[in-house]
Design a protein around this ligand. Structure first.
Ligand code: FES
Length: 110
């Protein structure tokens, strides 16, 4: 086992977890309401600001316990912020509120 905590802390400011869980059944799930498009919107927004995987990482995840029919659930760690009902159209506002319009509220590399 390698402890890579310090290495990762030095490099990354935040990690965006996007639920892409798609379950069969009667309950809403993010995968059924556009999660894949929302992940793409998150990555594109960060890429356009040179923040994707330089300062902010993105991972698809299973259920975050915020299921809804209105959109996708997102959690940003270690900021401990949680959103539901996120759509590709609302991704820019969400990420701007977290990271600033130009992603200038993320830690600089190094
Ligand atoms: S299925 Fe996405 S939060 Fe539950």
């Amino acid at each position: 086992m390698k402890d890579r905590t310090e290495e990762h802390r030095d490099r990354l400011d935040a990690h965006v977890f996007v639920c892409t869980n798609d379950r069969d059944g009667e309950y809403a799930s993010c995968g059924a309401v556009g999660a894949e498009e929302t992940v793409t919107a998150v990555k594109d927004w960060l890429r356009e600001r040179d923040a994707f995987w330089t300062a902010v990482s993105v991972s698809e995840t299973s259920c975050l316990g915020l299921c809804s029919e209105g959109g996708t659930a997102i959690s940003i760690q270690p900021r401990n912020t949680w959103y539901s009902d996120v759509t590709p159209e609302t991704v820019p506002d969400l990420l701007e509120s977290e990271f600033g319009p130009d992603a200038d509220r993320v830690r600089d590399e190094g």
